[in-house]
Design a protein around this ligand. Structure first.
Ligand code: ZN
Length: 302
């Protein structure tokens, strides 16, 4: 494993990879037990916290899975009012970037029940843990604007996001299990290589902004890829990589916000789409002076 990579469990304790991590782990375990979030076990390797597993049983039932909100608060609001009752939220990164409402999105996310969120490439660029050189000119411009707009509280939120979280049989990353921040899972060969980089039955990813899944069964040497259509509901089985699509900037030619619901009792995954007021978001982007191409693409869903 790349030692620079951070594996955290963030929701039930502040477990951070740093020199004082042993003390922090102790504190976190106390915090976990006091929150009655047992059973659990922690794996420690030297001073580095590798992973903390939680059993989903009795903890989560209806999980909202979202990704790539991209500072589009109107889209996020529409998802949250469409979703109904949920027990917890898994967010797969890129909370900011492209859109005009980074603080509003972060503030809203922070108040969602049992939130677990991993970092995306845009989030990482904004807090300067990756180089902005890797982004094109327009994306870079938006990153600089986002940096100027973020409140201290928003910065703090982004800075504590881990690259990878494991919850029971689910690994959560933004891009891919092999390269959590940057790699796109778009084809079956790349997906095939990535099945060796997570040990859980399932992996949830975002980054491509395409609702889709890659499925590998015992007889398969080559994963199958399938796009997920609106309203599609299916039983998930080991081993599968699942992508809920993007809330704030869908790229499957459907401009409506995408999200998924996972029922951890029945292990059913449902994909949903919800319309939102695109022109109002475009108007806010215009006022700020964000690039025209990114304003236009919201209406076209690419
Ligand atoms: Zn994204």
């Amino acid at each position: 494993m790349d030692e620079k990579e951070t594996w955290h469990f963030i929701r039930f304790g502040k477990l951070n990879q740093n020199k004082d991590s042993k003390k922090q782990v102790e504190n976190s375990i106390i915090q976990i037990t006091s929150e009655k979030m047992l059973p659990f076990f922690a794996c420690l390797w030297g001073e580095l916290l590798l992973c903390l597993h939680f059993r989903l049983e009795n903890l989560f039932m209806r999980v909202l899975i979202i990704s790539d909100i991209h500072a589009n608060f109107t889209a996020l609001e529409s998802v949250l009012s469409d979703v109904g009752e949920i027990d917890s939220v898994w967010c797969l990164g890129d909370v900011v970037g492209y859109g005009p409402d980074p603080n509003e999105c972060i503030e809203s996310l922070r108040h969602l029940p049992n939130l677990t969120c991993v970092i995306g490439n845009h989030d990482a660029a904004v807090i300067e843990t990756i180089e902005t050189e890797a982004f094109n000119h327009e994306a870079k411009k938006i990153i600089f604007w986002t940096q100027s707009a973020l409140t201290d509280a928003s910065y703090q939120f982004l800075r504590q996001l881990p690259q990878r979280v494991i919850i029971d049989q689910f690994t959560l990353v933004h891009g891919s299990p092999r390269h959590p921040v940057w790699e796109y899972l778009l084809d079956s060969q790349t997906a095939k290589d990535n099945f060796d980089y997570f040990k859980t039955d399932y992996c949830c990813v975002g980054h491509t902004h395409l609702p889709s899944f890659f499925y590998l069964d015992e007889t398969d040497s080559q994963p199958r890829v399938s796009m997920i259509t609106e309203g599609q509901s299916f039983q998930i089985a080991p081993r599968t990589i699942l992508n809920p699509g993007s809330v704030g900037q869908p790229r499957d030619r459907d401009p409506r916000a995408a999200y998924a619901i996972l029922d951890t009792e029945t292990m059913r995954w449902e994909n949903h789409r919800v319309s939102y007021n695109v022109p109002i978001v475009q108007e806010r982007m215009r006022l700020i002076g964000l690039p025209q191409r990114h304003i236009q693409r919201l209406a076209d869903g690419w």
